[in-house]
Design a protein around this ligand. Structure first.
Ligand code: ADP
Ligand code: MG
Length: 319
């Protein structure tokens, strides 16, 4: 379990992490989602004691990272992707790490096997591709067989096979009862991996919710209709007890998945339809709306984004 309480980090004027409080629980994958610059990596560095909080506190199983004996056996982490310029082999790199952390040398072969690097274990890491480097980083995180694992943007730059492998690995680690905390700036990635979602923007907590809840609230289904006989269709729909809303661009929208019913009504009343389509609001749109206020650098037309707060009570636990 990882517990953050009022965690804050300032770099001069810049507030990178702003009063974050949430708990990462065992047995599930918790996704840590936010646009670039939101403060994800800074938060993760503070969890590992690599950065000192300006205020607040973060504890791993109730104590601070520095108080952990053989920390790699409690928490394993893959931080931001880095180039490997070592003259060491993957095997020797992991062996040194094991020896300096009270981990039996036999674990080295096991984790190399888990991440699929056995065949290149004796090769120097400086020739490793980004994907191989990520696998080696994950091997290091798994070395101490820790109950808590943390991955910072692990799929960045990987090929589809590598992405698929990492997703399955995270799920199986959680299924073993471990705490898995993984960051991403992609909603689509989180939707496929995470059971629970913590969303931040400009260092602030925006949502702390189960993935199922997030999907239920945001996968709004509706039917879009275009017709040159707008008033007549509105009448017919109204008589059938169907409420249609107007959208920009002259289209009509009806909540729910009633396209067959609407098509049949239109046919019966000989109303011409130019469009009748079932639509689904995407999770990506929901994430973009949620973080719209909090994105550092927008490509927008110069007007500030409209204030949107469809996220009522229930988005943040305890608020
Ligand atoms: P994320 O990982 O979500 O992309 P980061 O945690 O890397 O975000 O960064 C959050 C903010 O803090 C950014 O605005 C970044 O520029 C700033 N920041 C991060 N590290 C430092 C640092 N060492 N010095 C100054 N500013 C920093
Ligand atoms: Mg980052």
């Amino acid at each position: 379990m990882i517990e953050l309480e009022g965690l804050t980090k300032r770099y001069g004027e810049k507030v990178a992490v702003n009063n974050l409080s949430f708990t990462v629980r065992p047995g599930i994958v918790t996704g840590f989602l936010g646009p670039n610059g939101a403060g994800k990596s800074t938060t993760m560095r503070m969890i590992l004691g690599l950065d000192r909080p300006t205020a607040g506190d973060v504890r791993i199983d109730g104590i601070h990272y520095h108080q952990l004996k053989d920390p790699l056996t409690y928490i394993g982490a893959l931080l931001e992707a880095k180039a490997w310029h070592g003259g060491r082999s993957a095997y020797n790199h992991l062996l040194c790490l094991a020896q300096s952390n009270g981990i039996p040398a036999s674990r080295v072969r096991e984790v190399l096997e888990t991440v699929g690097l056995t065949a290149v274990a004796k090769k120097k890491t400086k020739g490793f591709s980004l994907g191989m480097g990520q696998r080696l980083g994950i091997a290091a995180a798994l070395l101490g067989d820790p109950r808590i694992l943390m991955f910072d943007e692990p799929v960045n730059g990987l090929d589809p096979e590598g992405i698929h492998w990492i997703r399955n690995l995270m799920k199986s680690l959680a299924a073993q009862g471990r705490t898995v905390f993984v960051s991403s700036h992609l909603m689509s990635e989180m939707a496929l991996t995470a059971d629970h979602l913590v969303v931040i923007g400009q260092g602030r907590l925006l949502a702390d919710t189960s993935m199922a809840d997030f999907i239920a609230r945001n996968s709004r289904a509706y039917v879009r209709i275009r017709t040159p006989q707008r008033e007549r269709l509105l009448d017919v729909l109204h008589q059938a007890g169907i409420t249609a809303g107007e959208t920009g661009g002259g289209a009509l929208e009806v909540e729910g998945g009633k396209s067959e019913q609407i098509g049949e009504l239109a046919a019966r009343h000989q109303i011409v339809l130019h469009e009748l389509s079932s639509q689904q609001a995407s999770l990506e749109e929901a994430f973009m709306q949620l973080t719209a206020q909090a994105v550092e650098y927008h490509a927008h037309d110069g007007t500030p984004p409209a204030r949107q707060e469809p996220w009522g009570a229930g988005w943040q636990k305890g608020s």
